[in-house]
Design a protein around this ligand. Sequence first.
Ligand SMILES: [Ca+2]
Length: 529
Amino acid sequence: MKKSSLWVLTCVLFVAAVCVDTQNSLAATDQKSTPADSARERPNIVLILLDDLGYADVGFMPEAESDIHTPSIDELAKQGTVFSQAYVSHPYCGPSRAGLMTGRYQHEFGSQFNLAAYSEHGISTDEIFFSKVLQDAGYRTGLIGKWHLGEQPQYRPNVRGFDYFYGMLGGGHVYHSKDFIRQANYDPENKQIWDYKIPLMENENYASESGYDDNLYITDMLTDAGLAFIDRESKNKAPFFLYMSYNAPHTPEEAKAEDELALQNILGDRAAQGKRLTYTAMVYAVDRGVKRLVEKLKATGAYENTLIVFLSDNGGRTNQASASNKPLRAGKTSLYEGGIRVPMFWHWPDGALHNGHYGHAISSLDFYPTFAALAEAEIPAGKRLDGVDVLPHIRAGTNARADRPLFFMMHQPDRGLNQSAVVLNNQKWYSSGNGQWFYYDLKHDSSESNRKNAAKQAAKQDRQLVQALYDWTCLHSEPQWFDSPSYGWESAWKTKGLPDWQKTFPKLYRAKHCNDAPQVKLTTNKGGS
Ligand SMILES: [Ca+2]
């Protein structure tokens, strides 16, 4: 290993582990994204997060499927910046959202698994969400839709930085109101009830059912709530942050019949069939929602100075043949690109964004420091962050992460394995967790189909990325929960000796690795005041 390369990686890890406090304080308080920003009103931020949307399942992506119809989303993307190498920090819902809201890898605070329905657990309150940082900076904040970061009162949106919440605390919901359990028939003490059917919430109460009938569709209900939020908040001088967390197109696959018909009419022979038609109609319902959100932003005068960010929380589900992540390999719950690389655009007319395509790697971990800088917010003292303020790079088209690898790990207790990957620019190392590591050249092989040839070409120093990934595991905390008890993952974790770094990193493993690494902090950060 060359000394210079080692230094770069040491620096990367050192910055990741220790230096971020200073860096991000500076980013938040002393630096403006451009000098012009200080003269401008702080922008509104609308974050549109879809659930399990495939990489090719929205029209603006380079290899979009022809049976997808998303004209309103595509129009925004065309006027904004499209990202072809945008990552989330985990290949499924809960941990990905934990990374998004905390700006940290979820493994560092024990949130590696989904929260089960009715769980007593939630994301550690030591972790200050960026919603709280924006709220403290004077933003009016709203979450519409899916939360999945803790159902108990101390973990709910209203105490994690959201002035307003409308939606579901758990991991998803059925789509048609005829299938919702009405409040009059709902027993909150009955934990046998499928949580996807329970009444929607508004702040700390169940949402009003006034005007309910059996023909409502949840995607439209969430859009309606988003429109009402924009209506209310655009009247205030304060900027707003609206987190539109649609549960579509996550299962259950339930579309409006008229959306399926509309796609058949519009697309003719190109329209999908069967379950794929249902899925594409669920995405189309979101597109109809985005159209209305844009119209509302325009009608209220908020449009020009609103940053709209659109992405998916993880890759699409290909195992039931509904989603498409073309040309990427695999999908949700995989650390191949199809599980972690997601469709994304940013749109902000007043924001001087780089128009067109941004091809460098970027992560949802970068949102926290970027949004905080935009909001001129103060990041809490001692808050650890794993991302960077990417806005200057998005404007300039430069690489925000040229020397900052992205780490990925998905524990699979039932198999006793840690599926693992590390990406730096176009270099990627991947292991299913059995100790074998494969190199992929993502620039020429984004579908990760050529591991053998690529492995021969891989420069020896690239293996240092696996070392960096191994070093990162020193920051991990034990999982605080293990998804549904019915999976048996907690006992499997123990009986199979996870995390078992020796199995994942056989060539690098040292029993005392973490204890003798000076840059390592094993304690959870307290996150300031
Ligand atoms: Ca998801």
